[in-house]
Design a protein around this ligand. Sequence first.
Ligand code: HEM
Length: 484
Amino acid sequence: QANNNGLRLPPGPRRLPVIGSLHHLLGKQLIHRAMADLANRLDAPLMYLKLGEIPVMVATSPEAAREVMRTHDITFASRPLSPTMKTMMTYGQGLVLAPYGNHWRLLRKISMLGLLSGHRVQSFRDIREDEIMRLITGIAAVPPGVAVNLSKLISVHIADSTVRAIIGDKLERREEFLETLEEKIKLDSGFSLSNLFPSSRFVNFIWGTTRQALLNHQKNMELIECAVKQHEKRKATMVEKGIAEEENLVDLLLRMQKDGDLDVPLTMGTIKSLILDLFNAGSETSATTLQWAISEVIRNPKVMRRAQDELRNNLSGKQKITEDDLAKVKYVKLIIKETLRLHPPGPLLLPRECGELCKIMSYDVPKGTTMIVNAWAISRDPKYWDNAEEFIPERFECCSTDFKGGDFKYIPFGAGKRMCPGIAFAHVNIELALCSLLYHFDWQLQSGLAPCELNMTEAMGITIRRKNDLHLHAIVRVPFLSTH
Ligand code: HEM
């Protein structure tokens, strides 16, 4: 199709006045699935949609994704800012939404230095090992015959280990944090009418998402403020007692703020927004991945058996898995890869915005177009994956495909300049937790459900969580050494 500026736009479904292509998506199913069906029906690896007032293109093939995130990486290095997203910047700009430029560069560098580099991730090993023992102890404490809400325990575990790495301590108001995070995930999906008709005050008034997003963000900022105060109080006690601790991310940020002399000022609003971004981006994605991994393992008893045999044979009765042991197990790594293929927590990654007119797959992409990459559809495309819908960790056994952003048929962490900086942090957290859960316990579904009957329905938000919490019976198989 050509528009009236003479541009050659990619194919797209029929559009209606005012709502554009919205009727093809709304009320059908989850957005990533609906977009995949449309692209498939139109045979359009690059598809054009008008969602309300917003021009959107969707890349649904490795080739299109490569052109966006490699060939034209810089052109697509900023993100579109919906009204909901803008409210998240009310008190300062964090990292996830910052436009490509000096502010983004500085925050990304600080995040690597203080939290996400290989060296820093390694330094949080004691925290991870301590928190995993707390999780295992909590599960084992549930009386026999009572099912464990594993989803809930995993969310708490990941939140605690992430936040301890960031501020050095657990959050006093963790429950409130998890609740506001859950609400934020729903508000951030970007497809609410307030976001699709940003110029309409009427729609915004009726729909009210922006107002809810602002309230949610204010609550989050208040909680971060509390966390920073908690951190400072703890620091003062440590100094009083003469206990020296390694500088954590919050220490680093506050020191850099005090030293000044930066190209970009580090305001308290920026510092709090960065902490919030890292906490949100880090905890939700890892917890979701872990929950899907356990769900798939439960649904596939052969996979469970192979993983448990490998762990139990190699670790022969050890009472506690440490990170040194992870080198001895290979199969759990394949399970994590396969989980991220079938259940990338961000199915549409995070949207990018076209910074200047360019060509993708020989179509014109006008400046300001929102570009979505449907990573979920690409990693389930039977053109690139045998038995694409099945959970087969062995598919990664003899192939070099990995998630580091070099192979565009498998991009759960995105690619290019805005690729996720938290891969190392996430991976070791997920791996240690999954190994420990499978090593110490046997798992059974409630009330005689067969493995294949486990409900795998997804809930929509900016990430795809399980719709229902995972309730399972845990039977201790390898006793553990509890320190909690
Ligand atoms: C399984 C775990 C995770 C997955 C699947 C994941 C996935 C993603 C994806 C798809 C993006 C967008 C990439 C793009 O636009 O190309 C992203 C961005 C980001 N992730 Fe992750 N992530 C995970 C864990 C983490 C962790 C543990 C942290 C930090 C503690 C983190 C911090 C971030 C940040 C700060 C960004 C924004 C980067 C930027 O805009 O420059 N993520 N992540």
